[in-house]
Design a protein around this ligand. Structure first.
Ligand code: URA
Length: 441
């Protein structure tokens, strides 16, 4: 078999056989295929797409390109959640302890971020000393004993995706539904989850820019999960503006803690309740979605959800006192307010631009090697639909590098748009996709 024939076949819109997909994934994993040929195939797939059967084969091959995690020693149903990523998305920090406090078994493999803000691993490093490189035995023991463990993905988890994702990132081939579906699901399946709840974002701050594409991706993800005998549900939610008010690692951790106290922003709490209730149903910890929401609300008001976060931080070597004492959190040496120059309403707050402003402050990485400033970020006091008065504070920018403030402020200013009329507020969650089909909210 020759790579050039596989590329030309896909370029011409033909369907690849299982053998051809296996040849490609094995070749890329063993470094036998040069980047230029792999990139050419990615571009051909980008334009011609793949059908459901090709996508499933790609996912399975990628899943088996490295180590797979065996969670069978854990007797409970392991339920995982994945977000396709967005700005200010701290749902995992809230959800993992929240659902674990309600009896779910959460064995979470997570990653770092490249771009706007840090990933869950970066955010959790706000807790000083937190070990996010658990060995397999500790990982499984913690899930069995405490119902929760969060660890970085091992270097050998889906190596084919590591190579392909890095290549797609620099060849403008990320935004293809089959490639995204294969990339996400190969990692979820290799991580050993029995059931998966997916949070598929749509809007300026997300990979999927239209609702149609987001639902198509959700359907592909659910089809792959169910095709691999994992109960899978996808929620499609808006990412036109950042989730919650905080963007940046320590700021997001504080907002997640407030949410676990039942005092978080409504959009973040609603999304966590919705994702969490689905997780409880899939893991047999609630009979219905409504019962799941009720249980989770009780865990928030009783303090059990927050206590589970303290426990998670403690058992993984972090300082649990930080959960209760903001003085122990990383602090920025410089901050500046962005002021409203006239009165009216916020009509737009472009998530992607806020993310870029936050990255300019040091909260995200522009290259893999960049060090994250945990204290850097943005707190958004005003979001879409809010009334504003001239000279009111719209947002505060934080950083440890003063030289970054002026460019980041300009960027953040350009994320905001204003109008004289109050804009129509839109629902955060648009719909749910399961093996039964699509249900719109
Ligand atoms: N997230 C992933 O893990 N992979 C993609 O391709 C896109 C988003």
């Amino acid at each position: 078999m020759r790579m050039v024939d596989i590329i030309s076949k896909k370029r011409d819109g033909e369907i690849l056989t299982d053998e051809e997909i296996i040849f490609f994934v094995k070749g890329i994993t063993r470094n036998e295929i040069p980047d230029y040929q792999a990139a050419a195939l990615m571009m051909a797939i980008y334009f011609q797409g793949m059908n459901a059967s090709e996508t499933l084969t790609l996912t399975k091959c990628m899943m088996h390109s490295g180590e797979t995690i065996d969670l069978s020693a854990i007797s409970a149903i392991n339920v995982d959640k994945h977000s396709t990523g967005g700005v200010g998305d701290k749902t995992t920090i809230v959800l993992a302890p929240l659902v674990a406090s309600a009896g779910a078994s959460v064995a979470k493999m997570t990653g770092r971020g490249l771009g706007h803000t840090g990933g869950t691993m970066d955010k959790l490093e706000t807790f000083s000393g937190m070990n996010l490189h658990l060995d397999r035995t500790t990982f499984i023991n913690n899930v069995q004993q405490y119902g929760i463990a969060i660890s970085g993905q091992s270097a050998n988890l889906v190596p084919a995706d590591k190579k392909l994702y890095a290549l797609r990132d620099v060849t403008a081939t990320i935004e293809n539904i089959s490639l995204i579906a294969g990339s996400i699901m190969s990692k979820k399946l290799a991580s050993g989850a029995d059931a998966i709840v997916l949070d598929i974002k749509v809007g300026s701050g997300a990979f999927m820019k239209t609702e149609k594409d987001a639902f198509t991706l959700a359907q592909e993800l659910v089809e792959i999960g169910e095709g691999m005998n994992r109960q899978t549900i996808g929620l499609v939610s808006r990412m036109e503006q950042p989730l919650g008010h905080a963007v940046g690692n320590a700021l997001e951790i504080k907002e997640a803690i407030e949410t676990l106290k039942g005092k978080g922003p409504k959009d973040l709490e609603d999304l966590c309740l919705s994702l969490g209730a689905n997780m409880l149903v899939l893991s047999n910890n609630a009979r219905t979605y409504e019962e799941g929401v009720k249980i989770l609300k009780e865990k928030l008001s009783s303090g059990e959800a927050l206590e589970k976060l303290r426990q998670l931080v403690q058992i993984q070597g972090g300082n649990p006192k930080q959960v209760d004492d903001w003085d122990l959190m990383p602090k920025a040496t410089h901050q500046v307010d962005l002021m409203a120059t006239s009165s009216g309403y916020v009509s737009d707050l472009d998530a992607e631009t806020v993310g870029l402003a936050s990255m300019l402050l040091g909260a995200g990485r522009q290259t893999k090697e960049d060090r994250i400033d945990l204290a850097a970020g943005i707190y958004l006091y005003k979001k879409i639909g809010d009334a504003i008065q001239e000279n009111e504070v719209l947002a505060t920018l934080y950083t440890n590098d003063e030289s970054k403030l002026s460019l980041a402020s300009e960027k953040l200013q350009s994320a905001y748009a204003f109008s004289n009329k109050s804009p129509r507020k839109q629902k955060l969650i648009i719909g749910k996709v399961s093996k039964l089909g699509i249900e719109m909210e």
